[in-house]
Design a protein around this ligand. Structure first.
Ligand SMILES: [Zn+2]
Length: 86
């Protein structure tokens, strides 16, 4: 059992990752990612290196479970620079 819960996807060359319970709404979620990225995650590659093009909010969901719509500042849209959340 690794750090990530990754399952075969219905789509070719893709995998579905089950994200942790969201700290805001308590629901888990799914994100479909390329199989190559899934393999990299399972090999221990950091999320930002395995999925550099995924987008800050979805990477955050993989790491912490926080849904993009639940994240602080989500109501202000996606124009906020990610550094503001560090
Ligand atoms: Zn949520």
């Amino acid at each position: 059992m690794g750090r990530y819960a990754i399952y075969d996807s219905m789509q070719d060359n893709s995998a579905d990752i089950l994200t942790p319970p969201c700290p805001f709404c308590g629901q888990r979620g799914w994100i479909t990612i390329p199989q190559t990225a899934a393999d990299a995650l399972l090999d221990g590659t950091p999320v930002q290196d395995a999925l550099p093009e995924l987008g800050f909010r979805l990477r955050e969901q993989i790491i912490s479970g926080t849904h993009p719509r639940c994240a602080p500042g989500a109501e202000f849209g996606d124009g906020i620079h990610p550094d503001l959340f560090r």
